[in-house]
Ligand binder design. Structure first.
Ligand code: PMV
Length: 326
């Protein structure tokens, strides 16, 4: 097959990945665990042809610069080398991430591209093996190959640092995303991680506690103990940001509205509504909640945020090929 089209959904980590043990291979310092989301995804179409004279990369129908394309070409090389192909490739990606969500789309983007290349080259690797390829595009993409709750096992080498499915999340769980600020993040996750690993005295404590949290959250997921899952999630995010505050110079992704959101969620909890915050390498806040209560939580958050800043998502599925109509 020389053409393929695949959809991948984004994911939000409940136990965060923060820090690389190997920057070239994207090997993480700690294992992580995420929830794949249904509302946010990328569709990617690839075509391999001997008529192309260079790689081409279109994002949302716009041809990308040589610099952006070079990044994609390096990723495509992993598949070309494995499949013994030398042809150029055309990549067309459409991000279905509402612009107001203010979320980075690298997880769904590289998972979709890995999925499409896997089919187009005929390599047909299983998803766990394919996740070791997605990882080389962006660490968080490793987890987007699967739906529901997914663990990225840090492994010991490039071959075994992979994602495994944990639970299909077919229970009452979801997220309300609060888009505090949708402009691009000021410090990339790559730079933020490097600075934290190299300079924060809190970093070793982060790694140790992430491993403990991972065991605890897997137990809570198995027991479908939503409250425990939420508590561990919020604590993990705050510990990750704590490790960043210890970096020299401190890395601060919080903005005033992020803090406002955190306090609003605490106030909801005091009223007996179980919901918990998590934050990544940016100011936006994601609220883990029971999906059946997401509408009510969104309404309550409207006191502080506009309608277009709030987005509800349930659990999403893993990558899948697109049909001709899609
Ligand atoms: O792999 P990246 O560059 O998308 O980094 C992800 C870092 C966090 O979002 C902060 C945590 C995570 O595990 O997704």
């Amino acid at each position: 097959m020389t053409k393929a089209a695949v959809r991948a959904h984004t994911n939000i980590a409940l136990i965060k990945y923060w820090g690389k043990a190997d920057e070239t291979l994207f090997l993480p310092m700690n294992s992580s665990l995420s929830l794949t989301l249904d509302g946010l995804y990328t569709d990617t179409f690839v075509e391999i042809s001997d008529t192309f004279t260079e790689d081409q990369f279109y994002l949302n129908d716009v041809l990308q610069s040589p610099e952006e394309t070079a990044k994609i070409s390096r990723f495509l090389d992993l598949f070309r080398n494995k499949a013994g192909i030398t042809h150029f490739i055309q990549v067309k990606s459409i991000n279905h991430v509402p612009t107001a969500a203010g979320l980075a789309s690298s997880a769904s983007a590289f998972a979709a591209l890995a999925g499409a290349m896997n089919r187009a080259t005929g390599l047909n690797m299983d998803l766990e093996t394919l996740s070791t390829y997605a990882r080389r595009g962006s660490g968080s993409a490793t987890r987007s190959l699967f739906g529901g709750f997914v663990e990225w096992q840090k492994g010991t080498s490039s071959e075994d640092s992979m994602a495994v499915p944990v639970d299909d999340a077919s229970w009452d769980i979801g997220m309300v995303i609060i888009a505090v600020n949708k402009s691009a993040k000021k410090i990339s996750s790559r730079i933020g991680m490097k600075q934290t690993v190299e300079t924060s005295p809190f970093y070793p404590a982060w790694v140790a506690s992430a491993e403990e949290d991972l065991l605890a959250i897997k137990k809570a997921i198995k027991a479908r103990d939503f409250e425990k899952v939420g508590q561990i999630t919020e604590h993990s995010a705050m510990k990750m940001h704590g490790s960043m505050l210890g970096a020299e110079t401190p890395i601060i992704y919080f903005e005033p509205d992020s803090i406002k959101a955190i306090h609003a969620v605490r106030a909801l909890r005091e009223q007996g509504i179980l919901c918990y915050v998590t934050m990544d390498a940016g100011p936006n806040v994601k609220v883990l909640c029971r999906l059946s209560e997401a509408g009510k939580i969104k309404e309550m958050l409207r006191e502080y945020f506009s309608e277009e800043q709030l987005l509800i998502s349930g659990p999403g599925q893993g990558i899948r090929p697109l049909t001709a109509q899609e």
